[in-house]
Design a protein around this ligand. Structure first.
Ligand SMILES: *Cc1c(COP(=O)(O)O)cnc(C)c1O
Length: 397
């Protein structure tokens, strides 16, 4: 069926009472009638067959309903939901890496993903190299015999750089089919792009963002082959991270997912109009939005995305102090990290998420002092534009 329908119905459990929503199983443990049943449930879990429950760290029926739904949306064999997006990223790393392995990652990464790779994995004998994935020759030349994971995002945070998923997957797998290509698909969501169909092996999401969609829940998920997801469940989650999603949170994400297609369509429509407005503003020096033909990744975005997303970053014709003044003058658009909720949020990387970067590190990450990142909400677009305009006039007029 179409994704709009699957977001509402895929994998529904249809309980014996006819509940049209998924029951929430607030249970840590599930009793057996006898030892034989305990054996049988263990066999189902460890073989990857699923549908059996022992203890919620190994699986829970509410979480499983969410896993079936997301697997359908991402066209994946299987899915594991986690407590947060970083819970998903770290669980993938703890499942598939060992001392002596090498990870090749893009320079443009979510901050704590970068931190996990640079400061945590390296303590356990894993080597990590960061290169610009816009340069495919550099990606090819940076692969090593020990490379186990190639990791990137698209569009990237916070610069909206677009990476060509199919081209990178092909060049890596042509050299070594055993390397797992892992993609963080949080910015695009399964509605806009399905990396597994473009050659990726594993997809991770922060469900905290668009999938939950209402800024009221933390969550993450991991998608891929049944064999890989069984390993993620029985090694990564069960033993390594314990980053289990709470069933109540799984319920909230199921509720959010039902409206993901309509929300995304509106996020994208609003963002396209705001990108055009910003591109025409004398106060704005540069707009980064995959839907603008001027963005270098626009053609790749057209090829791999259904629409261009709800995230925009833009640089003002302003000093650092004037940029902060603009941010402080916003009323409707609220100043906050995170993204993907129904409400518009703006953050200033140079003084917030990336304040600890040196000027050299900011330059390497393509972040300028006058750059802000806008998560376009689903409010009336005229109201969002009016707020941006009054703040630009007040700070720069
Ligand atoms: C927010 C985010 C994460 C981390 O997710 P949490 O749910 O906050 O742990 C990872 N990747 C991207 C692209 C994100 O935006």
């Amino acid at each position: 069926m179409n994704i709009d329908t699957e977001a509402i119905h895929a994998g529904a459990s249809h309980d014996q009472y006819g509940s049209v929503t998924e029951p929430v199983y607030r249970a840590s443990t599930f009793a057996f009638r006898n030892i034989a049943e305990s054996d049988e449930r263990g066999r189902k879990i460890f073989s990857g067959e699923g549908g059996a429950y022992i203890y919620t760290r190994l699986g829970n029926p509410t979480n499983a309903a969410l896993e079936r739904r997301i697997a359908a949306l991402e066209q994946a064999e299987d899915c594991v939901v986690t407590a947060s997006g970083i819970g998903a990223v770290s669980t993938v790393m703890w499942t598939f890496l060992k001392a002596g392995d090498h990870v090749l990652a893009d320079t443009a990464l979510y901050g704590d993903t970068h931190g996990l790779m640079e400061h945590v994995l390296t303590k356990f004998g894993v080597e990590v190299t960061f290169v610009d994935f816009g340069n495919h020759g550099l990606v090819r030349n940076s692969l090593r015999p020990a490379t186990a994971i190639v990791y990137f995002e698209s569009p990237c945070n916070p610069t909206l750089k677009v990476n060509d998923i199919a081209d990178i997957a092909r060049l890596v797998h042509d050299i070594n089919r055993d390397i797992r290509i892992v993609i963080d698909n949080t910015f695009a969501t399964p509605y806009l792009q399905n990396p597994l169909t473009l050659g990726a092996d594993i997809v991770v999401h922060s469900m905290t963002k668009y999938m939950g969609g209402h800024s009221d829940v933390l969550g993450g998920c991991i998608l891929g082959s049944r064999a890989d997801m069984t390993q993620v469940r029985t090694t990564g989650i069960e033993m390594a991270t314990g980053a289990v999603a709470a069933p109540d949170n799984a319920f909230l994400v199921l509720r959010g997912l039902a409206t993901l297609p309509v929300r995304m369509a509106r996020h994208c429509e609003n963002a396209a109009k705001i990108a055009d407005y910003l591109a025409a503003s004398p106060f704005v020096a540069k707009v980064h939005y995959p839907g603008l033909a001027s963005l270098s990744g626009h053609e790749v975005a057209r090829k791999q995305m259904r629409l261009f997303g709800g995230m925009i970053s833009f640089e003002l014709n302003a000093t650092f102090a004037q940029t902060k003044e603009f941010v402080d003058r916003l009323n409707l658009v609220r100043l906050a990290v995170s993204l993907g909720g129904v409400e518009s949020l703006l953050e200033h990387p140079a003084s917030m998420t990336h304040a600890h970067f040196t000027p050299e590190e900011l330059a390497a990450a393509d972040i300028t002092p006058s750059q802000v990142r806008l998560s376009v909400g689903i409010e009336n677009v005229e109201d969002i534009i009016a707020d941006l305009e009054q703040a630009l006039q007040a700070a720069l007029g």
